[in-house]
Every structure is written in C-alpha cells, then in structure tokens.
Ligand binder design. Structure first.
Ligand SMILES: Cc1ncc(COP(=O)(O)O)c(C=O)c1O
Length: 415
C-alpha cells in the first residue's frame, strides 16, 4: 500500500523494479478523494474467481448482455474497408452530429441544430468535460443519492464540492424540490440529474421534471441531465428526458446520452452532449486539447445506429422489461427486503437493512457472504452512497438471472 504523508501529497514508489524505488513521487492533491470504481473492482474479483475455476454468476454488470446489432457492426466493418481511419473533426463528423440532432427530433420532437451537439468517448467523457467546463474550485454540485459511482469522483477531479441529497427507498429514490432547496447555497452551481437512474432504475415523471427544472432555472443552477438509459423505460412509465426543457432553457441544461446501453455498444465508446452552442464550443476546445475526435470507425457505426431502424432497441427493451418483472417479483417477495419497482434501466436497488445482524452488519458483509455461499456477485449500496441497499443487475439471460436469485434466497433464508 502506498504511504501517504499528510499535507505533502507524496507517496513512495511501490514498483520493485523502479530505479528510484523508495523515492517520493508527487501526485496531484486532487487524487486524494478519488477511489477506484467499486463496480469495476467487483468485476475484477469475479474474473479472478472464475479464473480459479469457481462458478460465479455476476449480477454486478452494468452493460447489456446482447451483442451490438448486426447492421451497426457492419457499418463499422465497412468504415474499415473504406479506409475511414484518419483523424476527423473534433466534435464528430457532420453526419454524426446531424444524426444526434435527428435522434432528439425523432424521440423528443425538439429541433436542435448540429452545432448544439458534440460526440464523446462515451457518456463518461461528456460528463467529465461538462464538469471541467462549468466548475470553478469550491463550486458545489448537488448529487442525488443513490448516485452513479463516477459523479463524486468527477466533481472532485474538477475541484468542485459534491453535496449529497439523499432519496430514501420510501421515496422510491427520487429527490424532491424541497430537499434540493434545503441543500442550496450561494455556491451551488450544478445539479446532476439521472433519470432513469443507475442504480435505482427510478424515473421522474413529467411533473417532477418540470418542478425540478423550474426550481433550477429560478436559482440559476445548471442541470446536467444524464439520460444514458432513456431508451430503457418500461410501461406504464414514459421516457421523460429534459430535451423539451433544454429547448426552452438551453443556457441552463445540458443533456448527456450515448449508445452504450440503448444500442448494446459499450465497447465502441460513443456518447454525446446536447448543449447551447457556446458551451459546445468550450467542450470542443477541451476535447481538442485532450483526446481529439472519438474513433472514426465507431462514429460510422453510431451513424448507422442512430439513423437506422430502432426495432433492435425495442426488442432489447422488451427483454429487459420481462426480466425486470420476473426479478422484481422474486426479490420483493423476500422477507425484510424492500425493493421499489424500478421503471427503467436494468437494475433493482433493494433496501436490505432489515437483514443486518451482528454477523452481517452491512451491505458489504452481505455481498461477501452471497459471493461465497451463493456464488453470486452484487454491488453493495455504499458504492452508490446508500449503505442500506444492494444493486442487482438484470442484464443477464432469464434463466441465469432466476437461478442466481434462487441461490441468493436459499443463502439468505435457508441457512
Ligand atoms: C448513469 C450512467 N451514466 C453514464 C454512464 C457512462 O456510459 P458510457 O459507457 O457511455 O461512458 C454509465 C455507465 O455505466 C451510467 O450508468
């Protein structure tokens, strides 16, 4: 383990082969609050167990189990065949920016110009660059809890201050305007809004969105709306992105989306931001100086995805809805577990604090026991700011999912 000397941001080098072994290395003070991603750490643990021949089912995954649809893969292959392998314009090829704008027309009926878009290396880069563009040291960012694991780390890296606003399971994990107002100060600069949510799957209704937007506009607070799961909303809930509000208040809202979850394209790394052209210009400068354009081949695949038929999206959504229904029915029947029914994404977020005992005092202990006894990996809620809960991903085949849940039930109640 590295040795941290308080106040000096120094570590000893750890590498046994490093020529300056034992000499101080100086790391940025910004790194002090950055923890490794908990979900990636669990995935690493699962891989390690599998490599040792242990049978483990991971319900910790954050990606669709479906392959990228054929016509999208073909477009990538064609791009390679055509030699489309050089640098492109930093914000993306014009075709892609037009396709992103077209997505908002097709899904939300708003009419942005391609100048209001920029492609990114996944939704993650869109979010990070927005924080870089908007935050000054000490600016506060309201982060509803439970939150997606990377928001606090990104805010810290951009020298902002996360302010957590807790939504309990009894509130179906949705914050209210009253709670936001209680946490507002003169330093509040940004609200990060994520609907459907990872980890809870909660979706805000149109009325709830309207109330939050109006509050933010009134207090000059910028909303970053992370809509990466917008295509994964299950009836009777309706998709409620903020695009319509963005059209009205472009200087107060930026929308982040991407193709990873909706089009099963996690590895292609294509995300995008919709924002006022003045902000897009800044994002373009950041991108130009740091990463430049995203992969040219992935851009062609993304154009095929966004402009093609959405039947593939609909059939994946149908499968996720079926799994949501069967897994929620099972988990919500468990004694001392409370799991609000999620409206979207592909996660259940269950309050298991009713199961805590001296031997199993928290979510991490419960998850370790389940990994050992049931051979199933889950993510403890601490990773998302809520230690009362655990997250189950249902992005696995129906039979694998139900078998894993039955094994968990056995380990919890038949021990
Ligand atoms: C809520 C949320 N936002 C953003 C992302 C980042 O997505 P991408 O793979 O496009 O970077 C994820 C990925 O897990 C997510 O769950």
């Amino acid at each position: 383990m590295p040795i941290y000397r308080t106040g000096r941001t120094c570590y000893f080098t750890e590498s046994p082969t490093h020529p300056y072994r034992g000499i101080f290395m100086h790391f940025s003070r910004k790194m002090m609050n950055i923890k490794p991603s908990a979900t990636l750490a669990i995935n690493a643990k699962v891989l390690e167990l599998k490599a040792r021949g242990v049978s483990v089912t991971s319900l910790a995954v954050g990606e669709p189990d479906f392959p990228t649809p054929e016509h999208i893969r073909e477009a990538g292959i064609q791009a390679i065949r055509d030699g489309f392998t050089r640098y492109t314009a930093v914000p993306g090829i014009p075709e892609l920016r037009e396709a992103i704008a077209e997505y908002f027309r097709r899904i939300y009926g708003v009419n942005p110009s391609p100048d209001c878009t920029i492609a990114s290396n996944g939704g993650k880069q869109s979010l990070y660059n927005l924080f870089l563009a908007l935050l000054n040291p000490g600016d506060e960012v309201l982060i509803p809890v439970p939150y997606w694991v990377s928001y606090p780390a990104m805010v810290y890296l951009c020298q902002g201050v996360p302010v957590y606003v807790r939504a309990t399971s009894a509130q179906h994990f949705k914050i209210t305007v009253d709670q936001l107002e209680q946490n507002r100060t003169e330093k509040t600069r940004i609200l990060i809004f994520n609907s459907p949510s990872n980890p809870s799957g909660s979706c805000y209704t149109e009325e709830e969105c309207a109330a939050i937007v109006q509050w933010a506009v009134q207090h000059n607070i910028f909303i970053i709306s992370d809509e990466i799961y917008d295509q994964l909303v299950y009836e009777p809930a309706k998709p409620t992105g903020l695009a319509v509000w963005w059209e009205r208040y472009p200087e107060h809202i930026a929308i982040v989306n991407g193709l990873a979850k909706s089009f099963a394209m996690t590895g292609w790394r294509v995300g995008y931001t919709l924002a006022d052209p003045s902000l897009i210009k800044i994002l373009n400068q950041i991108t130009g100086q740091t990463t430049a354009n995203i992969c040219s081949i992935a851009q062609k695949a993304a154009v095929a995805a966004l402009t093609g038929s959405y039947d593939c999206v609909a059939s994946m959504r149908e499968a996720f809805q079926r799994r949501r229904d069967m897994s929620w029915k099972e988990v919500s029947s468990w004694k001392n577990v409370f799991c609000p029914k999620p409206d979207g994404a592909f996660y259940l977020f269950a309050d298991i604090s009713g199961l805590y005992t001296e031997a199993l005092p928290d979510a991490t202990a419960v998850c370790s026991m389940l990994l050992e006894k049931a051979g199933v990996a889950l993510v403890p809620g601490d990773a998302f700011g809520d230690p009362a809960c655990v997250r189950f991903s249902y992005a696995v085949a129906d039979d694998v999912l139900m078998d894993a849940l039955h094994r968990i039930r056995k380990a919890l109640y038949e021990a």
